[in-house]
Ligand binder design. Structure first.
Ligand SMILES: CC(C)(COP(=O)(O)OP(=O)(O)OC[C@H]1O[C@@H](n2cnc3c(N)ncnc32)[C@H](O)[C@@H]1OP(=O)(O)O)[C@@H](O)C(=O)NCCC(=O)NCCS
Length: 236
């Protein structure tokens, strides 16, 4: 609480930095309901931590009415969070949001409805979540990840990844296109089909080697897939 004003100044500077549409500090102060929602939350979270649960919940509903953003007072939000356009954003009670995160309108950090205790996501630093994306369950979104607009993310995502789709699957890692070969991670029908084709090619190669009587190299499946994908500039 004593740092509230300093944090407000920092938040305004963050918006000026991240939103090309923002023109002045006064405009940001008056017109950015995403910021108002975060400021309300700081007060509500402070009350929540002092066990003033009902007051905190009530004020979070007032904030919801004014900003169209529902942040549970128990959620832990990092510094310089920017909720752009704000409308329809929902952040659940056990969510944890790191520093320098950007959320667009319609984002949900929610539970799956099946878990108790910590049941909402953790977003590490510098994550960007596109409009309408839903991140559900006690999963972790790694630092510097980008979640595409409209995605539904149900599994943890490693650092520096870009995820799109329903269910969300990784399409870029550290800026390069990827095909996921770990069966536990495959969430994308295209990756699944490619992995199945690569598996067949791998088996056929082994069989040809056997028939030719040449020594098998016992190349791992991922190496076969890597070779197949090289031509089309994918990375595994
Ligand atoms: C996910 C995102 C960050 C990727 O951006 P990028 O790195 O520039 O990637 P690209 O636009 O080159 O897209 C890469 C591939 O993913 C696909 N893709 C991109 N965003 C997607 C999305 N949200 N859902 C499904 N597929 C998507 C593209 O069609 C492309 O596929 P292709 O290579 O097979 O044609 C971006 O598309 C996005 O969704 N940003 C959110 C922005 C937002 O919510 N703005 C709201 C402003 S109010």
């Amino acid at each position: 609480m004593p740092h509230l004003l300093a944090h407000m100044r920092e938040d305004i500077a963050t918006v000026l930095d991240r939103d090309p549409a923002a023109r002045s500090r006064l405009e940001v102060f008056l017109c950015y309901s995403g910021l108002h929602a975060v400021w309300f939350h700081r007060i509500n979270h402070w009350l929540w931590n002092r066990k003033l649960f009902l007051t905190a919940r009530f004020l979070s509903q007032v904030a919801r009415l004014l900003t169209s953003t529902e942040i549970h007072p128990g959620a832990q939000l990092g510094r310089r969070l920017f909720i752009d356009h704000a409308l329809g954003v929902v952040i659940g009670e056990t969510s944890v949001v790191g520093d320098d995160v950007t959320l667009y309108q319609g984002v949900t950090l929610g539970g799956t409805g099946k878990e108790h205790g910590k049941r909402h996501p953790t977003l590490l630093d510098n994550v960007v979540v596109g409009s309408g994306a839903k991140i559900l369950g006690n999963i972790t979104i790694g630092s510097n990840c980008r979640i595409g607009a409209g995605s539904v993310v149900l599994r943890s995502v490693p650092d520096d990844s870009t995820v799109v789709g329903v269910p969300g699957h990784i399409i870029l890692r550290e800026g390069k296109r990827v095909v996921i070969t770990d069966p536990k991670q495959i969430n994308d029908p295209l990756s699944e089909a490619l992995a199945a084709v690569a598996n067949e090619v791998h088996k056929l190669r082994e069989r040809v080697r056997e028939l030719e009587g040449t020594e098998s190299k016992h190349e791992p499946l991922s190496a076969s897939l890597q070779r197949i994908m090289e031509d089309i500039d994918y990375q595994i």
